[in-house]
Ligand binder design. Structure first.
Ligand code: ADP
Ligand code: MG
Length: 603
């Protein structure tokens, strides 16, 4: 084992004189408390390490011991339902002990294991070794780690085992014997291998209309959520953790104040998964690295979270990773970089900020796993740009790597218009790929009026809504100069319809009993209703009906309130509303026709 002696320490960064070969990225233990650290630079016989635990009291002369392996975490079935720090140590234990002592004290969780392989069988990386069942009855497969393959020379009988116990021995082609347990070690900075990266034509269904309907993210996609203080980043990420259709949620609270995480920590254990009816925590892993925890560990925490997400992906599951926030992560990077004496770049961040962000986002994907299953990791990360300025480095670099961008707007948040995602500053580059999926959701709706159904209905309605919202900004600017009444009727109607899209479709309260979640069917029904209203309004306006009469239609209010009033699966009430829209417009058109007739008679 290589050993070094601390010569200099500044916050979480230390320099030490080494006697023995240390490797870059090797995990080290520092001082009598065995603080966990990582080698970040090696110059001749000097190493630089960052320490992931509270370095208070660290002083020159103390010993740094190499671990011989890179900084890594243990991945196993015990992760689900638990809360960890940035390096995946359980957060319930004491804070100040070293890693080994703590690990030795915490009993490894036990699970029932039932093997599905026999001695003499040959297994590839990622092959199923057996079935693991937790005390609560949650089951998952136990897989051979992706880098191991060979012939089974020993396998245990079915029974209860702890996570680290050897269950199986495998002899690989080179004769080496590998011991396999339910859990295994993986270096956090190394992405887990995949069979093949696949395109994605299915969205992560979030239940938020502005996201699914206008700016969707595919399974395996990546979205950034920038927003100034108080614009709703945390509420949105927590909401998505509860409502999205991923099989597993990895929630990373990164560098925000502890009370920001309080919602997740106190609420999640109580919540039921609306689909499975089981506690939500059973499919959740929480990684908490709040602002009062060591800054260097925050830097490592997003890699830990990505690694955990990939571990479940390799089981053939769809995983959503919520990171709140990457700005706090970048600040940790900046602080450590400063102490390393590196040359600061833009905004004081190190020059490698961009490539680090790229490495992180690169870990989002829909894949065929090494074992031939389909799984995905979808990344959703919030950004807290100082004073809400989206041109700052973290936001602008993230923009290069994400394909969905949900920009939270201070004005909308101040007007309590939630979610405060700004429809013009946001985008989804993957939307066209998801059209086929949406077509199916629309096709499953009970048919409306004959000319309501259309090919590419979602794409068309989405385009219509976005164009209206875009026009709204332009027309409002004009209306401020010339006055709203001076606009031509068609433009006044556009403003009116944009408001219906905003109020009737985009607005959705996270705290509403009915509307906190809108499933694809309900979203499709609402989109179609609003689209139909707009089409009919345009038609009667062209026939000479004044806007005032359209605005006075009785159906307008129920249309704007349908999100709050018509629940999931209530196709009957959507049908009633649709008929009412048709009838009221029919009446308007007839009156207009009658008036046109009268006018002709007079002439
Ligand atoms: P941030 O994390 O961006 O600083 P928060 O997520 O803590 O902001 O949101 C601040 C407040 O805004 C919340 O406490 C809540 O009252 C309100 N809010 C945010 N998003 C929503 C939403 N989707 N629905 C209802 N209220 C919201
Ligand atoms: Mg927040």
């Amino acid at each position: 084992m290589s050993v070094a002696t601390v010569r200099w320490a500044s916050g979480p960064v230390l320099r030490a004189r080494a006697s023995g070969a240390f490797r870059m990225r090797e995990a080290v233990y520092v001082g009598p408390r065995s603080l966990l650290g990582e080698v970040v630079a090696v110059h001749g016989d000097e190493i630089v390490a960052q320490v992931y635990e509270d370095p208070t009291g660290l002083r020159p002369g103390e010993e740094v011991r190499g671990s011989g392996s890179p900084l890594g975490i243990r991945l196993g079935p015990g992760l689900l339902g638990n809360i960890f720090d940035g390096l995946l140590r359980p957060l319930s234990g004491g804070r100040s002990e070293g890693r080994e002592t703590r690990a030795a004290r915490a009993p490894a969780p036990r699970f029932d294991f039932a093997p599905v392989v026999k001695r003499g069988e040959t297994l590839g990386g990622g092959a199923v070794l057996g079935r693991v069942t937790s005390a609560e009855g949650r089951a998952q497969d136990c897989l051979v780690p992706p880098h191991i393959a060979g012939e089974v020379t020993e396998i245990v009988a079915a029974g209860s085992y702890d996570e680290r116990q050897t269950l199986c021995r495998v002899r690989s082609a080179d004769g080496a014997v590998h011991e396999i347990a339910m859990s295994h070690f993986w270096p956090v900075r190394v992405p887990r291998p995949v069979g093949e990266r696949l395109p994605s034509e299915e969205p992560l269904v979030t239940g938020q209309r502005i996201i699914d309907g206008l700016f969707p993210v595919p399974l395996g996609g990546k979205a950034a959520i920038p927003g100034g203080f108080g614009t709703g980043k945390t509420v949105l990420l927590e909401l998505l953790a509860k409502s999205c259709n991923a099989d597993v949620i990895v929630y990373l609270g990164c560098g925000e104040r502890g009370n920001e995480l309080a919602g997740v920590l106190s609420e999640f254990p109580e919540l039921k998964d609306p689909r499975a009816g089981r506690p939500l925590m059973e499919r959740t892993v929480i990684i908490a690295n709040t602002s009062n925890m060591p800054v260097a560990a925050r830097e490592a925490s997003i890699y830990s979270a990505a690694t955990v997400a990939e571990y479940f992906r390799d089981q053939g599951l769809h995983v959503a990773l919520m990171a709140d926030s990457t700005s706090r992560w970048a600040e940790a990077l900046r602080e450590v970089s400063g102490r390393l004496g590196e040359l600061p770049g833009e905004g004081g961040y190190p020059a490698y900020l961009s490539s680090r962000l790229a490495d992180f986002y690169e870990r989002a994907a829909r894949v065929r796993t090494v074992n031939g299953r389909i799984g995905s990791v979808t990344l959703l990360s919030s950004i807290s740009p100082p004073s809400g300025d989206f041109s700052e480095p973290v936001t602008s670099h993230s923009k290069r790597y994400v394909r969905s961008f949900w920009a939270l707007d201070l004005k909308r948040a101040q007007a309590r218009f939630y979610p405060a995602i700004h429809p013009l500053q946001s985008y989804s580059e993957d939307a066209p790929e998801l059209a086929g999926w949406w077509d199916k959701a629309f096709a499953a709706l009970p048919t409306g009026a004959a000319d309501v159904r259309a090919a590419n209905e979602w794409i068309e309605l989405r385009r219509r809504f976005l164009t209206l919202l875009d026009e709204q900004v332009r027309l409002e600017r004009m209306a401020r100069i010339v006055g709203k009444d001076a606009l031509p009727p068609r433009q006044q109607l556009a403003l009116f319809c944009a408001e219906i899209v905003n109020e009737g479709f985009l607005r959705q309260s996270a705290f509403s009993e009915i509307d906190w979640y809108a499933g694809p069917q309900r979203q499709a029904a609402m989109m179609r209703q609003i689209g139909r209203f707009i089409a009919l309004a345009e038609r009667v306006l062209a026939q000479g009906v004044p806007l005032a009469r359209i605005a006075a239609l009785g159906v307008l209010r129920p249309l704007q309130r349908m999100g709050e009033e018509i629940g999931e699966g209530d196709a009957v009430r959507f049908g009633t509303l649709a008929r009412r829209v048709e009838e009221e417009f029919q009446a308007l058109a007839e009156q207009a026709g009658a008036r046109a007739g009268e006018a002709a008679d007079v002439r």
